[in-house]
Design a protein around this ligand. Structure first.
Ligand code: ADP
Length: 169
């Protein structure tokens, strides 16, 4: 059974992520989409559990599972008996960082390889940060986020902005 891990923040999942998940699911027997809780990126809009909930709402493919990890992805892969990490590549800027990470991960876990999927042309500009920024300005997000989660993102940003107003007053 060829298991691949697709790690990321997914805060929240975008149509760019969904595109990569579907392609990975077609290439491997099982794909575990893993929300990595990264010490560098503290906070975030959604909690790790909420991010998984949004992923579950957005994608229904038999061989795709969801999980969360607070540790190193190289260790997580060992635990899951997975030998492949899936990464999406949008631009040259992604490439440099991702190749460095791939080397670090194979040092930590020599059985682990990284497979890159080039972003679909439609989504090369798209990141969770871009989607959140546009959502704050009430832009139409139907081309960026799965329709199943549009309301959740809107609501979350409303709560956040109420909290900020509360703090200021
Ligand atoms: P971001 O916050 O930039 O969306 P994530 O950490 O959630 O990033 O991304 C997880 C993985 O998905 C990374 O390998 C990233 O390069 C990839 N990815 C993110 N957005 C896209 C996209 N629009 N197209 C292809 N790959 C993507």
């Amino acid at each position: 059974m060829k298991t691949a891990i697709y790690p990321g923040s997914f805060d929240p999942v975008t149509l760019g992520h969904i595109n990569i998940i579907k392609r990975a699911a077609a290439a491997f027997d099982k794909v575990i989409v893993c929300v990595m809780v990264n010490s560098k990126k503290n906070g975030g809009l959604f909690t790790p559990e909420e991010r998984i909930e949004l992923l579950r709402k957005s994608i229904h493919v038999d061989n795709v599972e969801f999980d969360v990890s607070y540790g190193l992805v190289a260790e997580y892969a060992k635990k899951k008996d997975a030998r492949v990490l899936v990464k999406g590549l949008r631009a040259v800027s992604d490439y440099e960082q991702e190749v460095q990470m791939a080397m670090v991960n194979s040092k930590l876990n020599p059985d682990l390889d990284t497979v890159f999927f080039p972003s679909s042309e439609k989504y090369t500009y798209l990141s969770s940060s871009v989607a959140k920024e546009l959502a704050r300005y009430h832009a139409n997000l139907s081309e960026f986020l799965p329709r199943e989660i549009l309301e959740d993102v809107k609501k979350k940003l409303e709560i956040r902005s109420d909290e900020c107003d509360g703090k200021q007053s």
